[in-house]
Each structure stands twice: as C-alpha cells, then as structure tokens.
Design a protein around this ligand. Structure first.
Ligand code: TXA
Ligand code: MG
Length: 329
C-alpha cells in the first residue's frame, strides 16, 4: 500500500523519515510531482528506476533546499551563481561537474561526471528537503514513457503499491518540468525547455545554445542527456499536432478560441495564456486520453501553441507525445 501524507508538519516529518530510511516518497514541486529517494543511497536510487521501469542510463535531477547546499556538491561557475541567484528557487536545473567529494550515488547521475541540480520553488518541497538534510534525487513520479503527474492522484494512477508514500501538496502550479541547462561548456546549452523560459535565461547570461549543436563537444553533451528520448510524454491515444480542424471521432486539446465539432475537448487556456496552458497540459492530456478510450475516439487533435516563452516547453512535450512510440522513454 502507498500511504497518502498530508502536507502539514507531521506529514512532512514522516516523509523525511521515510526518505532517510532509504524508501521512495513522491512529493509535489512547483513543476510536477517527483519520485524522491535519498540521492546518497545507491539502493534507494536503484529503487527509483525499478518503480518507474525506467532505463538505467537516464540521469536524475538532485534537489536541494538552497544553492549553498547544491554548490557544495557540484562545482558552480559564475554563470551558475548568477542564474541561481536570480532564478532559484525555481524550475531551472543546472548541469554542472560533480565535485570530487560529491556524496551523490553515481547511479543517480547515470555514471556521468556531471549532475543536474535544482532548488524547487515550493514551500512543502523545501520543508521536506530541509528535514531530509540530504540531496533528494527525483525524476517525475510516473512510469517510464507516461505523462508526468501534476497531482497526487496522477502519481497513484501510475505508482500505487510501488512506492511507500506520496506527500500530497495539491496540484503543481507550473505543470511542466524544469528547464535543464548544461553549464559545463563554453556557452550554456539548453537540454530541455521547461518552466523557466530561455528568454529569461538569456536576459541574464546572454546567448543559450539550443537545437543544432555548434561543436562536436556540444553534440556530445546534448546526446548524453537521454531524457531527450523522442517519445517520452506519451498518452495511449495517437496525437495529431497543429490541428486547424477537428473531427467528431477526435478529442480536442484546445488553446484559445476553440475549434468546433470534436467528440470531446479540454481547454488549455481560453485566453491563450501560456502559463495557464502549461499548468493544465498534463491534466488535459490525461483527461483526453481517458475520453478517447471511453468514447472509442481515434486520436487527440492538438491546436497550435505559439513557439515562444513557455510555448517552447509546451510544444516540446506535445511533439514527444505525438512522436512514433519508441521502446522506453
Ligand atoms: O521539474 C523537474 O525537473 C522534475 C521535478 C520532479 O523536479 N524532475 C524531472 O526529472 O523532470 P526527470 O528525471 O524526469 O528529467 C530529468 C532530465 C532528463 O531529461 C535527463 O536526461 C536530464 O534531466 N539530466 C539529468 N541529469 C543530467 C546530466 N548530468 N546531464 C545531462 N542531462 C541530465
Ligand atoms: Mg520524466
């Protein structure tokens, strides 16, 4: 049985005890629910991969209560300090070299000499991290290849019976995962668009590499971020992008003034607000996936979302949801 813990001091203390004892606890962050384990405990980290059925080569993000705790374990450069000062706590993960004495299990970083670290902007998550007093490795709390959970209910849908507890802090306000930024090379490299926009990062530190790598070293860094598996955020139903019309046998994921005639629909944001759409994205995909199965529809049709700001992260997740299904994600 998976225990549901209330996000009050008692629940948080209990969740911290469980984590310190080496078992798995899912907890809410501002982005999505994470499946947490004591990052310094290799067996606990291994249990994450088992619970998720996740390929072992995928490195995990380590969560800290503050930048000081994070930078004691990875080597921060001036760019990292500047970004952390401005954007932490927040939905930004920084990939930096592990320090020689870094206590995080190698398995958490999939054997890489770098580690993705972040400080979540979420009161319950921060209280939990302070109570644990150790880095907490946490991928999104879903089975591998499935949609990231943004409520405790979603966590249980995928992981009930496989984890000790979920700390229920309500729906996640941001709704898409953190931006992953590699700071190990000459210029920052975007490995995954997410909750902090590239525009916000570039306003602070100048140009960020994305898309086509400039150098062989950058290509290598991009390739070894295997979270970039193309088919990753996959509902069961086929997903059709950039719909400018919708059929009665399709479920519509709408953005802004909606198309008429769908067999089912979910509105990401009636007012075309990208932050609202991001917060609703995974809830909408899950809801429509269930409708497609229940009403025997053929696909989820997705209206276009603009490719700027948080739209970058939303479109990235939607393209993965629509990609031909590979093995694992
Ligand atoms: O918002 C989030 O980031 C959530 C919450 C729980 O914090 N976590 C999350 O973790 O989305 P996960 O494991 O689902 O995604 C981690 C991403 C993957 O794309 C992974 O490949 C990349 O970060 N990553 C982690 N460590 C890395 C490293 N050392 N080098 C390159 N990429 C790394
Ligand atoms: Mg994930």
């Amino acid at each position: 049985m998976t225990e549901i813990l209330t996000a009050d001091p008692t629940g948080i203390a209990h969740a911290a005890e469980l984590l310190r004892a080496g078992v798995l606890v899912a907890f809410g962050t501002e982005t999505v629910y994470g499946l947490g384990a004591d990052a310094t405990d290799t067996r606990a980290v291994a249990a994450i991969f088992a619970a998720k059925d996740r390929p072992h080569f995928n490195p995990l993000i380590c969560h800290y209560a503050d930048a000081e705790a994070a930078f004691a374990q990875v080597a921060a450069n001036p760019t990292a300090r500047l970004l952390a000062g401005a954007l932490w706590p927040g939905p930004l993960s920084l990939v930096l070299p592990r320090r020689a004495d870094c206590p995080v299990a190698l398995l958490a970083g999939a054997g890489l000499d770098t580690l993705a670290v972040r400080v979540p902007a979420h009161a319950t998550a921060l209280a939990l991290l302070r109570a644990v007093g150790r880095p907490v490795a946490a991928p999104s709390a879903n089975r591998s290849g499935q949609i990231s959970p943004t409520t405790a209910r979603h966590v249980l849908d995928g992981l009930a019976g496989r984890i000790a507890a979920v700390l229920d802090s309500g729906p996640c306000p941001v709704g898409v995962e953190s931006t992953v930024l590699d700071l190990c090379g000459a210029r920052p490299l975007l490995l995954r668009p997410g909750g902090v926009t590239v525009e916000a990062i570039e306003a602070l530190v100048g140009p960020v590499g994305r898309g086509i790598p400039h150098t062989v070293a950058e290509a290598a860094r991009t390739l070894r971020s295997p979270g970039l598996l193309v088919s990753h955020y996959a509902p069961d139903a086929p997903v059709r992008l950039d719909a400018d019309a919708v059929r009665a046998d399709e479920a519509l994921l709408a953005f802004g003034p909606k198309l008429q005639g769908a067999g089912a629909e979910f509105q990401l944001s009636a007012s075309s607000d990208l932050a609202e759409a991001a917060a609703n994205l995974f809830i909408g995909l899950r809801a429509l996936d269930a409708q497609v199965a229940r009403l025997k529809l053929s696909a989820i049709a997705v209206m276009p979302v603009p490719e700027h700001g948080l739209g970058l992260a939303i479109n990235d997740r939607l393209r993965r949801a629509a990609a031909p299904r590979a093995g694992a994600g």
